[in-house]
Design a protein around this ligand. Structure first.
Ligand code: SF4
Ligand code: URA
Length: 197
């Protein structure tokens, strides 16, 4: 009878319930099994935001549980950051067909309905956009002719939140030579994260 859920958890549950059968953008009717809302600590100081759920995420309803998710989760754990203390989600909550990139109207709609509300409930101190697709929500990389290879690991402020761009772990799996950059970005993140607590 007593409810031990935090206020933020209840707000996140409400948001999740509201959109659990969402069809507000085309991805809602393109074969997704379920929306992958995101998971972790509702009081997280650190939020990781990927691109979109893949096959395993769509099956399990959890973000970053497939091959690239395992790389990310293990690398974070090795640096002393446990998944359960942070919040992990994606720009779009439904799996795009054949894992294609989400289209601008899909990212625009989904961010407005879900991600922006998740950020305002959780109020993280640090956001890590994982991969170029997620980074585009925080900085206009095309217009500024910037590349993730220049921006990864470099913190910048956006609306009073520290944003720390990361390479996508799927990219690291295809380009093993970038692994050391990826791991050093995670170690730098750990220092920023400890300072922000
Ligand atoms: Fe709704 Fe987002 Fe899924 Fe589109 S991707 S249907 S906006 S939950
Ligand atoms: N890649 C992403 O960007 N997000 C996931 O949840 C899984 C793989």
């Amino acid at each position: 009878m007593t409810n031990h859920k935090s206020k933020k958890q209840l707000q996140l549950d409400d948001l999740h319930n509201l959109y659990q059968a969402c069809t507000a953008c085309p991805l809602g009717t393109m074969g997704r099994q379920r929306i992958v809302f995101g998971s972790g600590n509702p009081d997280a100081k650190l939020m990781l935001i990927g691109e979109a759920p893949g096959r395993e995420e769509d099956e399990q309803g959890e973000p970053f549980v497939g091959r690239s998710g395992k790389l990310l989760t293990t690398a974070l754990a090795n640096a002393g950051i446990d998944r359960s203390e942070i919040f992990i989600t994606n720009i779009v909550k439904c799996r795009p067909p054949n894992n294609r990139m989400p289209k601008p109207t899909e990212t625009f709609t989904c961010k407005k309905l879900l991600l922006f509300n998740q950020i305002s409930i959780i109020q993280p101190h640090i956001i890590v956009p994982v991969g170029a697709c997620a980074l585009k929500s925080f900085i206009n990389i095309e217009q500024q002719k910037l590349k993730l290879s220049q921006l990864h690991g470099q913190p910048f402020q956006s609306n009073n939140i520290l944003v720390v761009p990361f390479y996508h772990p799927a990219y690291i799996l295809r380009n093993r030579s970038k692994m050391s950059d990826f791991l050093s970005d995670i170690n730098n993140l750990k220092l920023l994260y400890q300072k922000s607590l």
